[in-house]
Design a protein around this ligand. Structure first.
Ligand SMILES: Cc1ncc(COP(=O)(O)OP(=O)(O)O)c(N)n1
Ligand SMILES: Cc1nc(C(=O)O)sc1CCOP(=O)(O)O
Length: 500
């Protein structure tokens, strides 16, 4: 039997709205596009479970889609269901397979790569349920209550991909946990690695608890077939993006650290763009929805728990309106707390550019699905400064892995700058040693990239042109200012002259 896993309904009889019934919700979901159904009952007696399973089976059979029974092999056998789903604490998958036979569908829950390793080692499952993607109220006893996010799902997909690439019979996968109409497109897009992607999403509350389960299902089906708006935008073609910035005055919204606010605002103004320094989440919707030319700089320089929530809101709002975000994971290679903060932010949405020094990008690299402890070495940061020493080949490989995993352009700053987009990259040399003596000169490169992105130009071209412009301004300023204070002023002047 060929199974379509794209919209997997997992039932729950405890959340049915008063206006409907359990069977009506399931019937509406099936009529409107659910491609596979799992009956998941935690409190019913065996007799009631069997009766309910027979009723649901009549509905799924009429539509020609499979019915999977959660946990209860006896119920599945009793009603001749098409399959069984088990978790890590349930009957072992090998035993289930022995009982249900070769022709039934067997699904297993996996929350970490090691569990996927075990499933692939035996090769007896037809699919895996990968979760928990995001926090959910539907199931409390999950491995990671905050959600493993697309980052965690991708690590599991690497293991699955290795198996599927070397076996004729594929093990399918669905993501589960906190998936709904606001994030299903993103889950489908982001839960993918080279050669392997999830086959669908499994959902409970967004259909079972809906006042209109039919519409909830058909809408969700459309959403999972859609590419997120931030991944599929058209680009303007500009020969000189810097000049275009000065002509069109885009806005650059900064949520940045206190040390660099003033300098970043001055750099933005020198380019001909307008800075906004706002941490007031209530106004982010107005910025992102009403202003056509705007981009966001997210700088992790001085993070606090309150600021983390502001960052998250900003990412979600800017993603909603498909506006670009430049993420600067300041010192994320230095402490676990900063790396975990970066992980949370990158799990909560998409950023167009990740900009950092080598130590910071090496920190983010640790979050990728291709990273292994053995491929890394040494300490990465001293304070906010990178002390990583790697060959150019290794630096580019790290950048490419980060770029591919997060589907983002990566800018690695240093004596030589690398701008990396998947397999392509550009090196940008120049600048001046004096830039290292001006606080905020690294952070304000983020402002410059954001100003270029806000014009609507291509992300990679914007990043390359912004870095080149920045370096050229540094080189020119150093030509006539040899001490940090005067260099800083000359540098801002040169940015102005190059764009106006
Ligand atoms: C498709 C899918 N994936 C994961 C689960 C969770 O199963 P399990 O870990 O057995 O937890 P319970 O569902 O029994 O609470 C699932 N049911 N379906
Ligand atoms: C049944 C289940 N299993 C999970 C896991 O992580 O294994 S999360 C979950 C509940 C998913 O419900 P909702 O779509 O309402 O968030």
């Amino acid at each position: 039997m060929t199974v379509d896993y794209s919209l997997y309904l997992v039932t729950d009889s405890t959340m049915i709205p008063e206006s409907s019934t359990f069977l009506r919700q399931v019937e509406l979901a099936i009529a409107n596009g659910a491609t596979i159904v799992q009956l998941r009952e935690k409190k019913l007696s065996t007799l009631d479970f069997i009766t309910r399973a027979q009723q649901v089976h009549a509905l799924t059979k009429a539509k020609g889609i499979p019915l999977i029974i959660n946990d209860r092999v006896d119920v599945a056998l009793a009603i001749d269901a098409e399959g069984v789903h088990v978790g890590q604490d349930d009957m072992p998958a090998e035993l289930v397979r022995r009982l249900i036979g070769e022709n039934k569908i067997l699904g297993v829950t996996c929350s970490v790569p090691e569990e996927v390793e075990a499933v692939t080692a035996s090769g007896i499952a037809d699919y895996v349920g990968l979760g928990t993607v995001y926090a959910t109220n539907t199931k409390k006893d999950v491995t990671d209550p905050e959600g493993t996010g697309p980052i965690g799902i991708r690590k599991m997909l690497q293991v699955l991909g290795r198996y599927n690439q070397s076996h004729e019979k594929k093990i399918n996968s669905v993501a589960i946990g906190g998936i709904n109409h606001t994030n299903a497109d993103k889950v489908m897009y982001e839960c993918a690695v080279d050669g392997e992607r999830i086959d669908g999403v499994a959902v409970v509350s967004c259909i079972m608890a809906s006042e209109n389960a039919g519409k909830a299902t058909s809408d969700l089906l459309k959403i999972i077939e859609t590419t997120p708006n931030w991944a599929s935008r058209s680009c303007i073609q500009e020969a000189d993006i810097g000049k275009f910035v000065a002509q069109t005055h885009p806005l650059v919204h900064h949520i940045t650290n206190n040390v660099v606010k003033n300098f970043s605002a001055n750099v933005t103004l020198a380019l001909g763009a307008s800075p906004i320094m706002s941490e007031l989440a209530a106004e982010f919707h107005e910025f992102a929805s009403d202003i056509p030319m705007i981009a966001l700089v997210l700088n992790l320089g001085t993070p606090t728990p309150e600021l983390m929530s502001v960052f998250k809101t900003a990412i979600q709002v800017y993603n909603k309106y498909a506006k670009h975000i430049v993420f600067d994971p300041v010192a994320c290679g230095a402490t676990q707390a900063r790396l975990q903060a970066s992980k949370k932010l990158l799990n909560s949405g998409h950023v167009s550019v990740i900009k950092g020094n080598l130590g910071e990008i090496q920190g983010i690299w640790k979050l990728t699905s291709t990273y292994s402890e053995s491929s890394n070495s040494g300490s990465l940061m001293r304070g906010v400064d990178s002390i990583a020493k790697l060959t150019e080949e290794k630096i580019i490989q790290i950048g490419k892995e980060v770029s591919k995993d997060f589907k983002t352009v990566v800018v690695i700053t240093g004596k030589v700058n690398y701008i990396i987009d998947g397999d392509k990259y550009t090196k940008s040399e120049g600048g001046s040693e004096l830039m290292g003596l001006v606080t905020g000169s690294g952070c304000s490169l983020g402002s410059t990239i954001a100003a270029f992105l806000a014009t609507g130009a291509d992300v990679y071209l914007s990043a390359v042109d912004a870095v080149n412009l920045y370096n050229e301004a540094g080189r020119r300023a150093a030509g006539y200012s040899s001490t940090p204070g005067s260099f800083m002023i000359s540098f801002v002047d040169e940015l102005y002259k190059l764009t106006h």
